[in-house]
Design a protein around this ligand. Structure first.
Ligand code: ZN
Length: 446
């Protein structure tokens, strides 16, 4: 049996194709990592495909793997260190000093592994990351068997890990280090308009064009950021970046919470890809992204968790629930439907990352990336509307199987690619170093 051959049968598939087609008695046949066929067959017997591992999903839901459009996976090791702070204090007093002190390559790699476990367990198969030493994130992604767009951060501040100008000079080496990872797409990640100069924005646009790289940036996360930008450049962050020609590139912009009507018009007209991160925005006291308005203006909007230090988990099901209800609060009932939120979790997320021709829906010819959600429990049954179920009732803990490229990353809640006990033990070791004696652990030896 090739380890990239698998058949999922006896499930209900939410394909998330253009018609949002639901297939009952679904048989999803993945061969050499690619979806070879998807069909309804109530009489399917696994012996029909002797060449593949076949899993009876027992009437549960089969979905495309979920897409996390904005995160910083090494920050799992900083979960809970800076609580009840507004964004500016959280970042400059709560996070940067710890990252500067502890954020070496091992921190990045071991923190990324903790997040990879959490993402497999909660149904994410593809994520868009932004951090330092991003090649070590890429290494963790490859070992986990997940997929990621790995954005190496450019930031011009001396209270963070590394000076930025040097990083752009060293970007060739970064690309060289990650090209051996077939599950990883490299990207360039200027941190924000308040921590990257105009000169560096101009240089990195030339560089990204030359190397065909996507760009990942934080955009208009707080009103303070907008006010400072207006004071400095006489334009909002969206207008300022428009003047630089930034939106002509494949940009993935995180947050977009504090926008003017003119910003929304620009982002829509330029079809900018946006990650809406509702839990992080609420927790850090910023504003609510105008998702409905951005979508109707023409922008592409997916969902992200942001890092674990401002969420504090990577469960996209919670993100979906928050996103749906926040638009009810903002725009009224029924303006953003559950079906559209499931699209944001899957195919729209893949569009944000520019990978929608390869993933984001269960369709023949796409990567064999799928998850199975258990519905045989008290918070699921009876189940009349599977889209409403995914958004309002399901949690990440309902995910029982995870498949990426036809390889099982988790089967019946058991991880197949990572040594969970060892990785969590390392996480506890980090807390002992960062805050000796003040952390909690289930292991008495700590
Ligand atoms: Zn972020």
């Amino acid at each position: 049996l090739s380890k990239n051959n698998i058949t999922l049968y006896n499930g209900t598939a939410l394909t998330m194709n253009d018609q949002n087609e639901i297939i009952r008695h679904a048989v999803v046949e993945i061969r050499e990592g690619i979806i070879n066929s998807i069909k309804s067959d109530p009489n399917f017997k696994p012996t029909e495909f002797p060449e593949a591992h076949a899993i009876d999903v027992r009437g549960n839901l089969i979905l495309p793997g979920l897409v996390n459009c904005h995160t910083h996976v090494p920050m799992s090791l900083l979960r809970g260190i800076a609580e009840e702070m507004p964004l500016a204090r959280w970042l400059f007093e709560g996070i940067f000093p710890f990252e500067k002190k502890w954020g070496d390559q091992t921190f990045v790699y071991e923190g990324a592994l903790v997040s990879c476990i959490e993402m497999i367990r909660t149904g994410t198969t593809l994520f868009n990351d932004m951090y330092y030493f991003e090649d070590r994130v890429a290494q963790a992604v490859q070992e986990a068997g997940l997929r990621a767009v790995c954005g190496q951060t450019l930031i011009e501040r001396d209270d963070v890990f590394e000076p930025a100008a040097k990083l752009l000079d060293e970007f060739d080496q970064y690309l060289d280090r990650v090209k051996k990872y077939d599950r990883v797409t490299p990207a360039i990640a200027p941190h924000s308009v308040y921590s990257v100069s105009t000169a560096l924005f101009e240089k990195l646009m030339v560089y990204s064009e030359k190397n065909n790289l996507k760009i990942h940036v934080h955009l208009s996360e707080t009103q303070d950021e907008v006010d400072q930008c207006v004071k400095k450049y006489g334009a909002t962050p969206t207008e300022y970046l428009d003047q630089l020609g930034f939106w002509g590139h494949h940009v993935m912009a995180a947050h977009a919470t504090c926008l003017t009507d003119r910003d929304i018009e620009i982002l829509g007209r330029r079809k900018v890809r946006i990650s809406h991160n509702p839990e992080s925005n609420l927790k850090l006291g910023t504003q609510i992204c105008p998702v409905v308005k951005l979508k109707s203006a023409g922008a592409v909007v997916g969902l992200g968790t942001d890092g674990s230090a401002s969420n504090n988990n990577l469960d996209l099901f919670q993100e979906a629930d928050f996103a749906a209800k926040l638009q009810v609060y903002r725009e009224g009932v029924g303006k953003l439907k559950a079906k559209d939120v499931v699209r944001m979790l899957t195919i729209e997320g893949a569009r944000v990352l520019g990978l929608d021709s390869s993933t984001g829906s269960l369709e023949t010819g796409k990567w064999g990336d799928a998850i199975v959600i258990d519905i045989n429990n008290a918070h699921s049954l009876p189940l009349y509307d599977p889209f409403a179920h995914v958004v309002y009732s399901a949690t990440g803990q309902d995910v029982i199987h995870s498949v990426v490229g036809g390889t099982l990353l988790m089967e019946n809640r058991v991880l197949k690619t990572l040594n969970e006990a060892k990785i969590l033990e390392n996480a506890v070791r980090w807390s002992e170093k960062i805050f000796p004696g003040t952390h909690y652990s289930p292991h008495s030896k700590y």
